[in-house]
Design a protein around this ligand. Structure first.
Ligand code: NOJ
Length: 533
């Protein structure tokens, strides 16, 4: 029988390279810094790491504007450093995933520099060009990520080019076979070097409507996943043709041994559409579940998405559970408002759902968003204050390794690229790895124990998620031999009878008894039990 892929029941750790560990004292995290701290990841028990963009870039969008798809950004290291990381990680059983940005390039990419040189330039059609609308002005009503027209006028060649994000991020034209061919080569380049897979940026966005039709209005009350700035992105996202790209890439990923992983940033509020990106087990192996991350931190909301996801995914497909990332912010803030009991409960839920768990760096110590003062912000996409994602710098601040002024992130005296905390609130030090590692009752230790339990009980498979009850304040589910009970309230709750042998609780203590109702869960307490047999 074929061995299960590592991500079935596995844990992927998203690491924002610039903020994880600075090895050379320039204030920016780097690839060598990751190598220095691999033993920590191995102690924690992760199966893979996804590095936020590492390729050369002018950094208008911190690497999501690529100027060379087969290099390493000099600020982060070299190709040799990356090779060394792949090898050192492999020694510890950790796979390395890169971030791939196929929806757009940087305007500094040689393809675009050529494309703007003349209308008949070799790479002109690599991008989406259009004439002005009949009455003049942009070709249609599409808006970019800042709410401005998604079209930039290029006077020298007398046409507009499309940018769904910043003007420095021109969209590629996926209707062109040469663009497909370029990316097939890029995939092979990295797979040949031992990269275990890609997180695919804007995976839902590659194809655009061939007729460039106007987007319809967004109905009032729609979620942020359904659209923004009053428009529903019907014609510039989630186009059916995009699936052909993943069928092509899946064949390439599957031709390697072990198979490489394609994990999509599938931005959709519709779980059915999310499921479509898995194809017939011939597209993405994993697709991010944003409806789950955006659900309220309450049993009915989370249960509803979990149940819908389980029902919608094709047989054998592996769901993905995450609460934080570099765009949407950190779950310890969004879900838990910094309350450690809730943070522990959220970790327990994420770690006991079947499929793949994605941790964002710092989740394991309960790092919260940082209120970065306006003068120190670095994210140009949200600097205008107009982006629905708010200020993304809040979730990109340096990892807190220890309690020193540099946080152990960089050398003492060096100013990190983003502050560790809000300098206007000097007493707000936040959690650190060093402090929590010394305390077996800490969130970090709980997370480590959860990952250990996950590996032992859920690793190598995708057991069925059976929801046993979802009352407003209590979620109980069975997964494999485990029964999980999570109390989403500040009041004690009854433990389900016959839950089995308690393996772990978020408070570190066995659930107590309230005399009347048998075993009780404390406020915001979660329990994992194992049924015998
Ligand atoms: C999604 C990425 O996660 C985000 O950080 C970026 O700004 C956009 N895609 C554009 O690449």
């Amino acid at each position: 029988m074929a061995e299960s892929p590592w991500w079935h029941g596995g844990v992927l750790y998203q690491l924002y390279v610039r903020s994880w560990r600075d090895s050379n004292g320039d204030g920016y995290g780097d690839v060598r810094g990751i190598i220095e701290r691999l033993d920590y990841l191995s102690w924690l028990g992760v199966d893979g790491i996804w590095l936020s963009p590492t390729m050369p870039s002018p950094d208008q969008d911190w690497g999501y504007d690529v100027s060379d798809y087969t290099g390493v950004h000099p600020e982060l290291g070299t190709l040799d450093d990356l090779d060394a990381l792949i090898a050192a990680a492999a020694e510890r059983g950790i796979r390395v995933l890169l971030d791939l940005v196929p929806n757009h390039t940087s305007s500094a990419h040689p393809w675009f520099l050529d494309a703007v040189s003349a209308r008949d330039a070799e790479h002109r059609d690599y991008y989406v060009w259009a004439d002005p609308a009949p009455g003049g002005g942009p070709p249609n009503n599409w808006l970019d990520a800042t709410g401005q027209p998604a079209w930039q006028w290029h006077a020298a060649t007398g046409q507009y080019y499309l940018h769904n994000f910043l003007a420095g991020q021109p969209d590629l034209n996926w209707w062109l076979p040469s663009v497909h061919a370029e990316f097939r080569e890029i995939l092979r380049f990295w797979f040949d070097r031992g990269i275990a897979g890609f997180r695919i940026d804007v995976a839902h966005g590659l194809y655009k409507d061939a007729e460039l039709r106007d987007n319809p209005p967004l109905p009032p009350g729609s979620s942020r996943l359904d659209g923004r700035f009053g428009l529903r992105p019907v014609y510039n996202a989630n186009r059916p043709e995009t699936h052909s790209v993943y069928r092509e890439w899946r064949k390439i990923a599957g031709s390697y041994s072990p198979a490489r992983l394609l994990l999509g940033e599938t931005w959709t509020g519709d779980v059915g559409r999310l499921a479509s990106y898995y194809g017939n087990d011939d597209e993405l192996q994993l697709a991010f579940n944003f409806p789950f991350a955006f659900a309220g931190f309450e049993a009915p909301a989370l249960t509803a998405v979990a149940a819908e996801t389980t029902a919608a995914l094709p047989p054998g497909a592996c769901p993905v559970w995450t609460g934080s990332n570099h765009d949407i912010g950190r779950f310890p803030t969004r879900w838990c408002a910094g309350d450690e009991r809730k943070i522990r409960l959220a970790l327990l839920v994420l770690a006991t759902l079947p499929g793949t768990m994605v941790l964002y760096y710092g989740d394991e110590i309960g790092m919260t968003d940082v209120d970065v003062p306006a003068a120190l912000r670095r994210d140009s996409m949200t600097l205008s204050g107009n982006n629905p994602q708010g200020n993304r710098d809040r979730a990109r601040t340096p990892m807190r390794w220890d309690d020193s002024p540099s946080g152990g992130f960089t050398a003492e005296g060096v100013v990190p690229w983003l502050p560790l905390g809000n300098p206007l609130q000097p007493n707000l030090t936040g959690p650190s790895v060093a402090r929590q590692r010394d305390d077996p009752g800490s969130t970090l230790w709980l997370c480590r124990r959860l990952l250990e339990l996950r590996r032992a009980e859920l690793g190598g498979g995708i057991p069925r998620l059976e929801i046993l009850s979802a009352e407003p304040h209590l979620w109980v589910y069975r997964v494999g031999r485990l029964v999980v009970a999570a109390n989403f309230s500040g009041r004690p709750a009854g433990m389900p009878a016959a839950a089995g042998e308690v393996l772990l609780t978020t408070s570190g203590e066995e659930p107590g008894t309230d005399g009347r109702r048998g075993a009780a869960l404390g406020p915001w307490q979660g329990v994992v039990a194992r049924q015998s047999g």
